[in-house]
Design a protein around this ligand. Structure first.
Ligand SMILES: [Zn+2]
Length: 237
């Protein structure tokens, strides 16, 4: 049983310990679920999550949870890196990477029926979508709120060389009312990654597994209910 903090208990310095692996408070730790789901996914397309230092990936943030699902996933916290290779820790050509673009594009209108849209620098749909996405070696995902992701975008000029992609998700985010500030495409980092990688690698099971992991986290958060407010889970009004 989780008890709600008493009204006279100060809550500022009493944050519960976080799990060092998934970075969730103990009550939201998803590591047992992850272990039960099996070995990490062998992803052909690498993942790089760049996380703004002010993104609070403690309660319902999903970058660490997403990365833990994959063999080849890197999380870097910071504002700028001199090159993709420096951010990644190994040699990489940004022209062979995609970046999940968060600018104001209406993916639905640009390419009706497509869940992933490759964009030109002018923000229009690339004519040959299949060719633009065929040789992608990795995907960069900016983790944080819209304004944090925008700051990361502008401070890392090498990202301009990457293939921009936008998402046109068929379903709304599973966050529902739990998320305080959604990304532009309305998805969590986990959902966006699940959509991207399952389609680019043509493996629907990637999406199934990630969403199952996310559902467990959300179920825990919802079960905690009011008590969760004491550990930073905020219900949007
Ligand atoms: Zn954990």
């Amino acid at each position: 049983m989780t008890q709600a903090p008493r009204a006279d208990t100060p809550t500022t310095d009493t944050a519960p310990p976080s799990c060092p692996r998934c970075r969730k408070p103990a009550a939201l730790c998803v590591c047992a679920d992850l272990a039960a789901a099996g070995k990490p996914i062998k992803n052909r397309i690498a993942l790089l999550f760049l996380q703004h230092p002010q993104e609070q990936d403690v309660d319902l943030g999903t970058a660490h949870l997403t990365a833990l699902h994959f063999e080849d996933a890197t999380i870097r916290v910071g504002l700028s890196w001199p090159s993709l290779g420096k951010a990644l820790g190994r040699t990489a050509d940004p022209k062979r990477w995609a970046v999940l673009y968060l600018g104001s594009v209406k993916a639905k209108e640009l390419a009706p029926g497509r869940e992933i849209v490759a964009l030109t620098r002018k923000g229009t749909a690339v004519a040959d979508q299949a060719a633009a996405l065929a040789d992608i070696e990795g995907v960069i995902v900016l983790d944080g709120t819209w304004s944090q992701a925008k700051a990361l975008w502008w401070r890392n000029a090498w990202m301009l060389k990457a293939q921009r992609v936008a998402l046109n998700p068929r379903w709304p985010s599973r966050y529902g009312k739990l998320r305080r500030e959604p990304r532009r495409d309305g998805l969590s980092t986990l959902e966006a990654t699940a959509l991207l990688l399952s389609r680019l690698e043509n493996k629907p099971e990637i999406e199934t597994r990630l969403i199952a992991g996310f559902d467990k986290l959300l179920a825990r958060a919802r079960a905690l209910g009011k008590a969760a407010k004491g550990i930073g889970v905020q219900e949007a009004s």
